[in-house]
Design a protein around this ligand. Sequence first.
Ligand SMILES: *Cc1c(COP(=O)(O)O)cnc(C)c1O
Length: 822
Amino acid sequence: MPTDSKQTIHPRTGMDVDAFREDIKQHLQYTLAKDQYVSTEWDHYHSVVMTVMDRLHDRWIDTQQGYYQQKSKRVYYLSMEYLIGRLLDNMLVNLGLQDVAAEAIEGLGLDYDELRETEVDAGLGNGGLGRLAACFLDSMATLGVPAIGYGIRYDYGIFDQDIEDGWQIEKPDLWLEYGYPWSIVRPRKKYKVQFYGETNASKDKEGRMHFDWVNTHKVNALAYDTPIPGYRNEVVNTLRLWKATSDEGFDLKSFNQGEYIDAVRNNLLEENISRVLYPNDKVFKGQELRLKQEYFLVSASLQDAMQRFKKQFDDLRKIPDQMAVQCNDTHPNLAIPELMRVLMDEEGLEWGPAWDIVTQTTNYTNHTLMPEALEQWPISLMANLLPRHTQIIREIDRRFLNTIEVAGSGEEGDKKDRMRIISNEMNARVRMGNLGIVGARKVNGVSELHSNLMKKTIFRDFARQFPEKFTNVTNGITPRRWLRQCNRALADLISDRIGDDWITQLDQLRRIEQFSEDEEFQDSVRQIKLANKKRLAAYIKKERGVSVDPHSIFDIQIKRIHEYKRQLMALMHAITLYNRLKSNPGADIEPRTLLFAGKAAPGYTMAKLHIKLINNVAEIVNNDPDVSDTLRVLFLPDYSVSLAEKMIPAADLSEQISTAGMEASGTGNMKFALNGALTIGTLDGANIEIREQVRPENIFIFGMTVDDIEHKRREGYEPKEIYDSDEELKQVIDQIHEGYFSPEDPDLFHPITNALLNEGDYFMVLADYRSYVEKQAEVERVYKKKDEWCRKAIINIANMGHFSSDRSIRDYCERIWDVEVD
Ligand SMILES: *Cc1c(COP(=O)(O)O)cnc(C)c1O
């Protein structure tokens, strides 16, 4: 070491081990006031984060200055959810500092893996939709897209899930308990968001009508910024999350009247807006607080965007050249009437020019076709909370209806009723999807199948009227987190063979297909998979006290618990295997470990009962010496991004078994295949595109297609007939029904068997059961041939290039945002 080493250390910016290590020490002592004797794991983690933040800040400032100077068109991504998980690894990988940080940390006698595990997941989302937004942030930064992600800084993210006696118990998610060092509060970035009040109409001197929204209730939106670095490209974008605050309670009037405490307590009502993430996935509940949250996000974000625009431009007609607003589902679709209101009531534009701007600027991504998920706000509720917006929506609807030509009667005659934004019924509702289509420039679905179904089913009238508005952008995942970070050994093996360009050009993975039959490569892939399985087994042993055999098939279904995702079907297969082993102890069944994880919405009784059934089946299977060497079933609690990062690299088999037509895309399916798991799945969502990419012989597809299902529903589906004609199926259902898995409460699972047999089995579990069980037998046959399995796994990895979220973002830039990327 040179004697003048002190001079070579660049505090706060140095990218070498010495500088990094010294800064960790500095932060521990001078920011946190701790020494080696009293510092905790959290202090060490915190010091490391601040050391990383130091290295982000100059890049962050430079990036933002660059966007300003170049007058770049901005992308405003509006999402109620960001499921970003932990950031330490992500930040270090993208800055190219992972090895430097690890060495610096070890040099201080600390453990890098332990530090990484100290971070709490930022769980500001329910599932796929929120995780998509997080992957898109990473890709937008990596591609240098001038984007800002806007969202809400919930005090409580998605609840923590405990399992007690097999039941899901929800606990509050205290992710901010010790502070969140990845964000910086911007005390002066504060906007007023208005609610309630009424509208006043007046005429100006030229006789033009003018509307004012008055006597409103005001809440502050306060900005918290998190830097989002691109992968080794010096770009740092922003995730800006709004927190609701109030300052109106401190007025002198209340103070003097001795109502100080009451006035301060009222602040809490305002602050409730950003208190908690609604834990429902794909189901609409018309609660006022949720509508408040949605408008809060939209209003604060558009004020921020408009302020940025007006600093550099004064011609409002330039807005579409300078902004693209992307609404992640209908949740932020109030952006349409809000931008109208701002342009007319605050900027003085007339309806026509304002509408031209809005319909060239905002875009809407549809995430589901399921009717129970579609947002439809009672107009009375909306008119009370947002009177001016309701007026504007009525006017948008009125003008839109005038453009619809109705030819004839019947189906065609009902067209207007289907297309109206405000439904024509007793308790009229605002259909946020219809509003999105009428007001947006582009509307996209999230896989080829889903986008086509959208045009053929729920939005068919709109697709005929505005064919040019509809497009598809198939979802993707970021290869940084979902391969480079979560499966370093596999990432390094791939880079050894083909270099590391794949990290930003995932199509390059094609070049490993040439090694799919290379014995040495296969061996390495297998060893890495086994090591990942052993690591997961150790985790399961530690967390659940259950031993699982790393040589068994790791068969994994992890995702929200939802009837359409059919966790029940995977479980019924496990019960089938159990029954075969019980009646024939020597049955030739490949050892298998079936792992589930996922949260159920707290009010979704059926999904919670499914969790209980999984746990009860697990209890019986795992404790039965006749079968437990061959079959294990386990539910891992508290599914999260971090748990996904542990489980996915260890998977042999990926369960993607939704009822065809119901999973819009899926992204879990992509993560598994990228990590060398084979998929068993239905022809649904992006599974179809995965099949095209990996070729049909390298994926296990079974079950009914969308057309089969439509046909079956039309001709009258009779689940009872299937039950009566399939002995194994009948046994499984009877066992569930008769309390084989709940001897202490034999009727416990009747709601499940009733749904299947007496209530029409809406998700068609019985109809697909036999083809699923047969396909699982094929899985076993292939798994026994280790080389063939491994060859298929390599082919899967090699053909996942299409599913990089970098590709998705390029598609958005080209098809929707009109933003150039190179
Ligand atoms: C990817 C991901 C999802 C989405 O999974 P699907 O299988 O597509 O439903 C949900 N939750 C987490 C934590 C994820 O990482």
